[in-house]
Design a protein around this ligand. Structure first.
Ligand code: TGC
Ligand code: FAD
Length: 397
């Protein structure tokens, strides 16, 4: 007999291959056993332990969808099950991993020269070489096409570009060994991707100060990238790709990871709220779970997590068949981030005053999920991407 499983109501698990189930279980075990015990202190101290990326690398969790170069070569859905497992613990840990895996390794794999891929990807897959992705600038966030960071040819040295400008709100920048920086080539005005290697930067040409005192995503490290005539060899510029297509191609896979990732955070909120509602008693010794208003909050959240998970699995399948469009990814990124944030905020109410204590974990997810709704295209920006696709009229500017 089949009974209802509140943790997987529509049996999404039956849509997964054996390999995907195994990858998901490996990731969940690592995250629950190794990440969960340290997140509370890390969040309090605003401390990101870069050993985490090495641990993930040892388990084959970094750049997992890439074929070759020491990467696991699993499906898009399996990659999403990894982000879901990590984000079940904390969006900040997923963020550090997404940047490494999707944005930097993914970018180098898709657009880098053969030499760059062979030299950097295996070390990045092991978590020994850490990456950051610099697109956002202090004056240009939602509209990165207006970026000011520029790459000029070195006046004396052939085959060298000098990068100048500033990037801000950059995950991993203070600890990154390689920084994928998007800059406009002075001679063409077109956006190009440059792999800046910290070890090759002369003193004073690259600074990556941390941005401290965040009120969300405190278990990840965020900073700036300041470039002052920083020399980068031509071999480190992506040879072919020009324009916003470069950074946005990397974002497609990172946004996919967030769509399934945020379902992990929401599921953790549901599990915590359910446990609390069953234990906490108010009015005549009844558990909160007995009250209809509380049950509705749980029912709404479980429904949204279920729909979001199924939609993400479908888009993952289409992506691997080469049938996914960027708008499909905007659709699930927007919906899943919005629903995760909304439901987390509502479930927080079940904890009453205790929600204010960080020991209950719910407030941390709420603060983190605000960030997930904001980065990689704020939800309203994804509304406009969808609106353009629906009407044929762009409403950005
Ligand atoms: P638009 O005219 O729409 O496009 C310009 C060119 O780019 C191409 N393109 C894409 N290509 C592949 N995939 C996509 N998703 C693409 N989106 C656009 C497009 O085809 C076109 O190509 P071409 O060859 O014709 O030049 O450009 P626009 O300037 O009108 O863009 C507007 C808009 C809103 C769509 C875009 O700028 C946008 O999405 N803004 C949001 C910014 C954003 O997402 N920033 C992310 C920063 S990285 C980050 O947040 C990492 S957090 C990581 C973590 O910690 O987890
Ligand atoms: P703005 O662009 O100033 O937007 C502010 C508000 O205005 C938003 O609500 C937006 O939706 C709205 N808005 C803007 N334009 C329009 C319009 N045309 N119509 C309607 N509404 C509009 N970036 C990176 O490059 N790499 C990273 O690793 C990275 N990591 C991050 C980590 C954290 C913790 C945070 C907070 C951000 C990170 N970002 C990163 C930056 C992130 O991508 C940007 O914050 C995001 O793209 C929004 O840009 P903005 O903050 O400049 O907001």
């Amino acid at each position: 007999a089949t009974s209802f499983d509140w943790e997987d109501p529509l049996l999404a698990k039956t849509l997964l291959t054996e390999e995907e189930v195994a990858v998901g279980e490996t990731a969940e075990r690592y995250c629950q056993e190794r990440l969960l015990p340290r997140v509370l202190q890390a969040y309090r101290d605003e401390d990101y332990d870069s050993k985490i990326l090495r641990e993930m690398g040892e388990l084959g969790l970094l750049g997992a969808t890439i074929q070759g170069y020491g990467c696991a070569g699993v499906s898009t859905v399996a990659g999403g099950l990894i982000t879901r497992a990590v984000e079940r613990v904390d969006s900040g840990y997923r963020s550090g991993m997404s940047v490494q895996s999707s944005l930097v390794m993914g970018g180098i794999h898709e657009f880098g020269s053969a030499e760059l891929k062979e030299r950097l990807l295996p070390g990045m897959a092991r978590g020994e070489i850490l990456g950051a992705f610099g697109l956002t600038e202090p004056n240009h966030g939602s509209d990165p096409g207006s970026m000011e960071t520029v790459a000029r040819r070195h006046p004396q040295k052939t085959g060298v570009y000098l990068l100048s400008g500033a990037k801000t709100w950059i995950t991993n920048s203070p600890i990154a060994d390689v920084l994928l920086v998007w800059a406009k080539l002075e001679e063409t005005g077109k956006i190009r991707g440059f792999v800046v290697e910290r070890k090759d930067c002369p003193a004073g040409t690259l600074e990556t100060p941390a941005i401290k005192n965040k009120n969300g995503l405190r278990a990840s490290i965020t900073g700036m990238i300041q470039l002052d005539n920083c020399p980068v060899r031509e071999e480190n510029m992506f040879p072919e790709v020009e324009g916003l297509k470069g950074p946005f191609s990397c974002l497609n896979s990172a946004r996919y990871g967030i769509a399934l990732g945020t379902m992990g955070a929401l599921e953790d909120c549901i599990a915590r709220a359910r446990t609390y509602a069953l234990e906490r008693k108010q009015f005549k010794g009844n558990p909160l779970a007995k009250y209809q208003l509380v049950q509705k909050k749980l029912a709404d959240a479980v429904t949204d997590a279920t729909y979001g998970t199924l939609a993400a699995i479908q888009v993952g399948r289409l992506k691997d068949e080469g049938k996914a469009t960027p708008e499909m990814i905007s659709l699930i990124k927007r919906q899943n981030c919005d629903k995760a944030l909304h439901n987390a905020r509502v479930l927080q109410e079940i904890f009453g005053g205790n929600a204010v204590s960080d020991e209950y974990g719910i407030g941390r997810h709420v603060a983190n999920l605000y960030v997930t709704q904001t980065y990689e295209g704020q939800s309203d920006i994804h509304s406009l991407i969808l609106g353009r696709a629906i009407t044929g009229v762009q409403a950005f500017a």
